[in-house]
Design a protein around this ligand. Structure first.
Ligand SMILES: [Zn+2]
Length: 392
C-alpha cells in the first residue's frame, strides 16, 4: 500500500506532509510526482525541510536506499518527532517512552508534597493519570514489547516518590511492585492497548487508514500480530477471549518473574510473605507515610544496618550490644539486647528468638503500627548511641 500524501495543518505551525511507500523506487517516484505537482501550484519545497525515514525492525540500510529532490540527496534520519510522537526507524518505542516518562514525572510532581492526600489516593491519582491520559494519548501507537520494563520503572518511581524514599536508594523494582501488591501498569497498558486494537478491527471502516495499516501488520506478522493472529472472519467475542487469555498468560509470566527475583537474592525478605505488603502499603488508612516507610525499609532490608544486603560497610557487627553479633535485620528486629526496652514497649517482648516469630513480626502479626513505631524508635536509639562509639 502506497499512500500519496498525509497532510496536517497544525495551528501556528508549518504544514507537514508525509509520503509513505513500501519500497524505495516507489518512494522516489512519489517524491518526483509531488515536486511536479508543487511546481504547477507555485509551491516551493526546500531540501532543508525534507527528511526520509526507513522503518524496519532489523538490518542495515542498503546502498540503493537513497532519494533525491531536485538532484540533491535527501537526509535519512533514524528518529523524528511528529505530532508529539517520537518515531524511531527501528520501530523501537524506547525514545517515546523515555520522553513520556519525563513528561509525566514533571506533570505529577506537585502532588507529592501534599500531606493531606493519603498515599493510597496519591497512588491512585498517579495510576489513573498515567494510564488514562498519558498512555492513551502518547503510547497507543506502540506495541508493548515483551521485556519492556520502562512502564514498570515509572510505576516504581512513583511508589518511591509517594513513600518519600530517596531516589538514590537502591530499591529493586520487584521489591517495590511486590510490596505494594499493585497490578503492573505494563499489564494495564497492555489491556488498554488490545482494546484499542479491537476497536480498530471491529469498529473502523475498512477504508480507514488505521484499519488498512492494521491489516498490513496482520499480513506481515508484526508488532502485536506476532503474538496474536487475527482474521476478519473471527468474531469479536472470540477475539476478545483470545486477548483475555493472552493477558492472563502475560500476568502469570510477570508474577513468576518477580517472585523468582524475590527468591534469587540472599536477603531476609525472601522469607517474608510479600502479599502482606498490601495490608500496610496503600490499604491501611491509619498509617502515616513515615510509618509505612519504616516498615518498608525493615521488610526489604533497606535500613543500612552494618550487615544488610545493600550495605557496603566494612564493619558488619552490631555496635549497640556486646554480643559480637552481625547486625542483620533479624538481630535488629528480634535479638539485640540493647533494644529490649523499646521492643517490650512496642512489640510486647524483650527478645524474639525464633526466626519464624521475627518473620511474623515483619509480616505484621503484632500490628503494622507497632512494627512501624518499633523500627522508628529502635533506629533513633541506634543512631544516638553509635554516633560517637568506637568501632571494634
Ligand atoms: Zn546488638
Amino acid at each position: 500500500m502506497d499512500l500519496k500524501i498525509l497532510s496536517y495543518n497544525i495551528r501556528g505551525l508549518k504544514d507537514e506532509m508525509i509520503i509513505l511507500a513500501t519500497n524505495a523506487r516507489t518512494l522516489q517516484n512519489m517524491i518526483n510526482d509531488l515536486l511536479t505537482f508543487c511546481e504547477t501550484k507555485t509551491v516551493d519545497i526546500t531540501l532543508d525541510f525534507c527528511n526520509i525515514m526507513i522503518f524496519r525492525a532489523s538490518g542495515k540500510r542498503q546502498n540503493y536506499e537513497k532519494w533525491t529532490l531536485k538532484d540533491k540527496e535527501i537526509q535519512v534520519r533514524t528518529e523524528y518527532s511528529y505530532l508529539n510522537m517520537t518515531l524511531a526507524s527501528n520501530i523501537d518505542s524506547t525514545a517515546q517512552v523515555k520522553k513520556l516518562r519525563s513528561k509525566v514525572k514533571k506533570a505529577l510532581s506537585p502532588l507529592f508534597p501534599e500531606e493531606i492526600i493519603t498515599p493510597k489516593k496519591q497512588y491512585e491519582i498517579c495510576r489513573n493519570i498515567c494510564i488514562n491520559i498519558y498512555f492513551t494519548s502518547y503510547l497507543h501507537q506502540y506495541w508493548p514489547y515483551n521485556d519492556d520494563e520502562a512502564i514498570d520503572q515509572l510505576q516504581g518511581y512513583f511508589i518511591k516518590r509517594i513513600l518519600k524514599l530517596s531516589l538514590q536508594l537502591k530499591t529493586p523494582l520487584h521489591v517495590l511492585l511486590l510490596e505494594t501488591g499493585s497490578e503492573s501498569w505494563f499489564l494495564i497498558y497492555l489491556e488498554s492497548y488490545l482494546n484499542y486494537i479491537t476497536r480498530i478491527l471491529y469498529e473502523r471502516s475498512p477504508n480507514a487508514l488505521i484499519y488498512k495499516l492494521s491489516l498490513l501488520i496482520v499480513e506481515h506478522k508484526l508488532l502485536w500480530a506476532q503474538n496474536l493472529s487475527w482474521k476478519s472472519s473471527v468474531s469479536r467475542d472470540n477475539w476478545q477471549n483470545t486477548c483475555r487469555l493472552y493477558i492472563e498468560e502475560r500476568r502469570k509470566k510477570y508474577e513468576t518473574k518477580y517472585l523468582r527475583l524475590q527468591q534469587s537474592v540472599d536477603v531476609f525478605y525472601k522469607k517474608l510473605d510479600y502479599t502482606k505488603g498490601q495490608s500496610y502499603m496503600f490499604m491501611c488508612e491509619n498509617l502515616s507515610v513515615p510509618g509505612i516507610r519504616w516498615i518498608f525499609k525493615a521488610r526489604c532490608d533497606l535500613l543500612c544496618l552494618n550487615k544488610s544486603h545493600f550495605s557496603k560497610k566494612g564493619y558488619k557487627f552490631c555496635q549497640l550490644c556486646k554480643t559480637k553479633s552481625l547486625e542483620t535485620i533479624q538481630h535488629f528486629i528480634g535479638l539485640c539486647p540493647s533494644l529490649k526496652d523499646i521492643r517490650k514497649a512496642f512489640l510486647k517482648s524483650e527478645i524474639i528468638l525464633e526466626q519464624q516469630d521475627i518473620i511474623d513480626v515483619l509480616n505484621g502479626r503484632r500490628g503494622w503500627e507497632a512494627l512501624g513505631d518499633y523500627v522508628h524508635n529502635a533506629w533513633e536509639h541506634r543512631c544516638e548511641n553509635i554516633r560517637f562509639k568506637k568501632v571494634g
